[in-house]
Structure formats: structure tokens, C-alpha cells
Unconditional design. Structure first.
Length: 435
């Protein structure tokens, strides 16, 4: 057990160090994110040391269970692809332009309009998709309007990582923890809707307190360009996205797995879009661009971190970790612990680890509370530091490309002021519901 814990701890330490000081490696013209490289090296080291065998890893990857990491990745990537396709045909850019055009009341009007729009879109897409699509728009608009982008960037980031709790598809951590506990789409929504509202409202209040002085400054009117819409692509994309959501809601009643539904819907969308491209001579740009924009680096990262957790399970270390969380209110304990752990090892491996701990623990009737609290921590924990989630890593990378530097401490002090009250509001709402 000592060897396994040492390798896993070293991997996590290097992961954090890489995010802080060397987020990318430059190999010629190719940029490689260090977080998945470090995770992969940690998994390979465990295999080479004999801490876990290749057959044990293969068995974990191919197990016919809800927590099969391959199923989780297929569900997340296919749902992300559906959302990115909508962005490729102009849906998100048009919505952003409409928001700016209707903000005639100055910065405050723009601020709350942006927060509401990002919140609504996050519910039906995912936090990662919103970060990828809206962050460049905010940077562009703030630069042209000569205003401080920080209130809008943090409003976007807080909304995307709070309202992502509402649906199970809002975050890969939701998917992993919920499916590992056998929670279906409809039951998840029933439980998490009120806590999400509590957290989202609290986050907005905290944002206003933090930035209200800056929002009182005048706003120079800027005309946002109305990006052209691919109307046929919009119809194809929205109809498939709506069909996917309906089928996901009904998945528990029709006996279909969510990963199979999302994959089938995306395959259908790709086939229809390609057929339309052939018949209209429009080309295949949207589909090819969608596939290129998917976060493929998540695949080696998740599989590598899953390998680390499998090694911890086989060594008996997870039981030791469970003992550390015994006592006290389960929702508060697991909610706070998951948020803090996310900022040590990132929220995706945290979810894999906590799923194993909850499944192998002795929580009894409190198991459901631990699952939902860990989901809350995995989402809101992203607000505490850039290390907390994949969304934070992508967000920081996009800002660097636009010459906007926030800095680690600059992120943390703002994130703590927003994230701590948001986390506890969400957890208290879960307790109030009797979870």
C-alpha cells in the first residue's frame, strides 16, 4: 500500500506543479497539456512497479458496470459534440450578440443578462462547452468596449460551474458519480434542481458584492456583430439535441443506457449533416471542426486517473480514506472534502476516487447524501482554484491566449469569496430536502 500511495501522491503533486508552472509543453508547433501527460506517466509507473497488473486495469476498463470509464467518456464526448456542433452553426454566437444588443442599461444590465444566459445554456449543455464558446466572446467584447473583463469572466465561470449541477449531463463528474450510484436522469433532476438554484442565486449575490463598484462605471456602446447562422445546421443540431434530452429523461423507463443514447444521437446528427453537405454542396466543415474541437486530452487523463484509483482500491487505501471522513454530517463532510480534494487532484479523478470510497464504505442510508454532496463539491470546487476542474484549466488557457493574466492568487481570493458561500448554500439545500 505504501508504494501505491507514494506513486499516486507524487503524481498528484506533479499534476498540481504542472498546472501552476508548466501548463503546456511545446513540441515544435504542437502544444501538449502537461496534466494528462503527468497522469499517464503516473499510471505507467504503477503498472511497471507491479502495484497493479495490466489484466486488472483491463478488467476495470471493460467491466459491464455503470462506472465503466469508457462509457462515461463516450457519454461526455458525444454530448459535448452535440453542443459544439450548435456553436459551429452559430447558435451560441448569435445568442451572445443578442444579449449585448439588448443591454441598454450599462454594465449592470449586461452583467446580469450574461449571467442568466450562461446559466440557462449551461443547464442544457455543459460547463466545459460554455467555457470554450463564451470566454473568447467576453474577451473580445470587453476589449472593444474598453471595460474590465474580470466581472464578466468570473460571472461566466461561476455560472458555468454552479448551474452545471442541475442536470446529470452538465459535468462529467455528475455523470460519473450519479451513474456509479445508479441514479437516473429524472431522479437526479428531482434532487438537484433546488440545491442548484440555491447555489446559483448565492453565487450571483457574491459576484455582485465583489464587483458592484466596477459595474457602476459607464459602458461604451459596442455593436456586436451578428454572426451568420447556418439555418439548416441549426435545425439539424437543435432537433437532435432536443431528441437526445428527451431520450435521456426517459432512459430509465425504456431500459437504455445514457451513453448509448448520446452516441446514437450524435452518429445520427453526423450522418444527416454529412448528407446535407453532399446534397447542398455546403461541405463538411461543421462536423470536421466539431470533431477537432472535442477535448480529446480528457481520454488519457480520465483513463490514467482511473488506473490510479484502481491501484488504490487494490491496495486497500480507499478504506483508510473512508475512515478519515467518518463522523459528522455526511452531506457537509463529503461536500467540503470533495471540493477541497478537487483542488489537489482535479475534480475528475476526485470523482473517480470518491465513487470508489462511497461504494466501498459503510454509509448505509447516508450513501445518497454522500453522492449528491460529492457532486456539489466537484462542481463548485472549480471556483476555489484553477486546478479544481478541467473547465478552470481551459479557461486559464483561453485567457492567456487573449493576453489576460489573472494569476493563481488573483483567482483564489475571488474564487473563495464566491465559492465558499455557494458551496454551503447548496449543501444546506440538500440537507433541507432530507438527502
Amino acid at each position: 500500500m505504501t508504494l501505491t500511495i507514494t506513486i499516486c501522491a507524487a503524481t498528484c503533486a506533479l499534476l498540481v506543479a504542472g498546472v501552476l508552472w508548466l501548463p503546456e509543453l511545446h513540441v515544435g508547433r504542437l502544444k501538449v497539456a502537461t496534466y494528462w501527460v503527468v497522469a499517464l506517466l503516473g499510471a505507467v509507473t504503477l503498472l511497471c512497479s507491479g502495484a497493479i497488473s495490466p489484466s486488472e486495469v483491463l478488467a476495470g476498463f471493460t467491466a459491464d458496470t455503470a462506472v465503466n470509464p469508457l462509457k462515461i467518456l463516450v457519454l461526455f464526448l458525444s454530448m459535448t459534440a452535440l453542443s459544439v456542433f450548435l456553436d459551429e452553426v452559430g447558435v451560441f454566437r448569435r445568442l451572445a450578440a443578442m444579449t449585448v444588443a439588448r443591454s441598454h442599461g450599462g454594465q449592470w444590465s449586461l452583467f446580469w443578462s450574461l449571467y442568466v444566459m450562461v446559466s440557462l445554456l449551461t443547464i442544457f449543455t455543459s460547463n466545459d462547452v460554455i467555457i470554450l464558446t463564451f470566454t473568447p466572446f467576453i474577451c473580445y467584447f470587453a476589449r472593444n468596449a474598453n471595460i474590465n473583463p474580470m466581472p464578466y469572466l468570473f460571472a461566466e465561470f461561476a455560472a458555468a460551474n454552479t448551474w452545471s449541477m442541475a442536470l446529470v449531463i452538465g459535468n462529467p463528474t455528475n455523470i460519473y458519480l450519479a451513474t456509479s450510484a445508479g441514479i437516473d436522469f429524472a431522479e437526479y433532476l428531482r434532487v438537484m434542481l433546488l440545491p442548484t438554484i440555491a447555489g446559483g442565486v448565492t453565487a450571483f449575490v457574491a459576484l455582485y458584492i465583489l464587483f458592484h463598484r466596477q459595474l457602476q462605471r459607464p459602458l461604451i456602446p459596442v455593436r456586436a456583430e451578428r454572426e451568420p447562422l447556418n439555418r439548416s445546421g441549426v435545425i439539424i443540431g437543435l432537433s437532435h439535441f432536443a431528441a437526445c434530452l428527451i431520450l435521456l429523461v426517459a432512459s430509465s423507463w425504456v431500459g437504455l443506457e445514457m451513453w448509448g443514447i448520446s452516441l446514437a444521437v450524435f452518429v445520427s446528427l453526423a450522418a444527416v449533416a454529412l448528407l446535407y453537405g453532399v446534397m447542398s454542396h455546403h461541405g463538411f466543415g461543421e462536423i470536421s471542426h466539431t470533431l477537432r474541437r472535442l477535448p480529446w486530452q480528457l481520454v488519457p487523463f480520465v483513463l490514467s486517473m482511473f488506473t490510479l484509483v484502481l491501484a488504490l482500491e487494490h491496495s486497500g487505501a480507499t478504506q483508510w480514506l473512508v475512515s478519515l471522513l467518518e463522523g459528522g454530517n455526511t452531506v457537509i463532510t463529503y461536500g467540503v472534502a470533495s471540493a477541497l480534494t478537487s483542488n489537489v487532484i482535479n475534480n475528475i479523478p476526485m470523482s473517480v476516487l470518491f465513487s470508489s470510497m462511497i461504494d466501498g464504505g459503510t454509509l448505509g442510508a447516508s450513501t445518497t447524501g454522500a453522492v449528491y454532496a460529492s457532486i456539489a463539491g466537484s462542481n463548485i470546487g472549480a471556483l476555489l482554484s484553477p486546478i479544481g476542474a478541467l473547465a478552470g484549466l481551459m479557461w486559464a488557457s483561453i485567457l492567456r491566449s487573449h493576453d489576460i493574466e489573472i494569476g493563481f492568487l488573483g483567482f483564489v481570493w475571488r474564487g473563495l469569496l464566491i465559492g465558499i458561500p455557494t458551496l454551503f448554500a447548496t449543501l444546506f439545500a440538500l440537507i433541507a430536502m432530507g438527502i
